[in-house]
Design a protein around this ligand. Structure first.
Ligand code: COA
Length: 229
């Protein structure tokens, strides 16, 4: 078998997934963040944004960045089934990233959420956009979620009052290492959507055009002294 044919046969089967419709969110400091789906040709700028955070041994950035790097690469190389990546950008500069995937048409598995620009609830907004994509756009009935950091636990498990499925379904284990699984159900989402999920559509074309040219951050609050040339 030719190598390229063999490579293609290694790809997981993909569900057809509707694209995430871009939206615009006004953050607490008045800046506007555009949330939209990442495009395959943007893999370089996304990986370049994540890479410096692999070395940050604070707030679990290292493990989340290392895992997210692998997820984005896995998405690009067709090594993860039904994955999507959403990006939050401010003036085109990446402010946060989320990754996720579908098991099937009913179940979603939330992978990671990472904020680059801190203090504005960028991650909270992007996590809500990820849940919006799973349930409202892709039609999932539930999304399984784990926390890899105490801040993540506070943001998702506590602030969403997610269902702890670990006692009821001990066999249900999220694929990120088998830690106890929490679940966002459609019913729970419907009760909290208005509170958690903000933003407006459509995004004015001029603003969308700016967000179309993604840039890596020049500075990271997590890495004092970092300057990208
Ligand atoms: C978890 C995460 C996505 C939440 O993002 P967010 O909603 O944008 O929130 P921030 O990171 O800006 O702030 C979270 C908390 O950190 C603190 N914080 C805010 N700015 C900070 C800064 N510049 N430096 C350190 N801590 C800061 C605040 O206490 C804040 O808590 P509060 O707003 O609930 O009072 C983000 O903290 C992150 O990427 N963490 C590392 C990776 C991770 O843990 N991902 C989740 C895996 S489950």
């Amino acid at each position: 078998m030719a190598i390229d044919k063999m490579e293609q046969s290694l790809r997981p089967p993909e569900l057809e997934m509707k694209p995430y419709p871009a939206k615009i969110i006004t953050l607490a400091n008045g800046e506007e963040m555009i949330v939209r789906q990442a495009k395959r040709e943007e893999v370089g700028v996304i990986l370049g944004t994540i890479q410096p955070l692999i070395g940050v041994q604070k707030d679990f950035y290292d493990i989340v960045a290392a895992r997210m790097y692998a997820e984005v690469l896995g998405w690009y190389e067709y090594r993860v089934a039904n994955e999507f990546v959403l990006i939050g950008s401010i003036d085109g500069e990446i402010a946060g990233i989320v990754t996720s995937r579908l098991v099937d048409g009913k179940e979603g598995v939330s992978l990671h959420t990472m904020t680059i620009k801190r203090g504005l609830r960028v991650g909270a907004q992007l996590f809500a956009a990820k849940m919006e994509h799973h349930i409202d756009i892709l039609g999932n009935d539930e999304v399984h979620i784990v926390a890899e950091s105490p801040i993540g636990f506070k943001r998702w498990m506590i602030e969403y009052a997610l269902e702890d499925r670990s006692a009821q379904f001990p066999a249900l284990r999220h694929e990120l290492g088998g830690v106890p699984t929490f679940t966002l159900t459609r019913k729970l989402w419907e009760n909290i959507r208005a509170d958690k999920c903000t933003g407006t559509r459509p995004v004015p074309p001029v603003k969308l055009a700016k967000a179309d040219k993604l840039k890596m951050p020049t500075e990271y609050p997590q890495i004092p002294g970092f300057k990208r040339g």
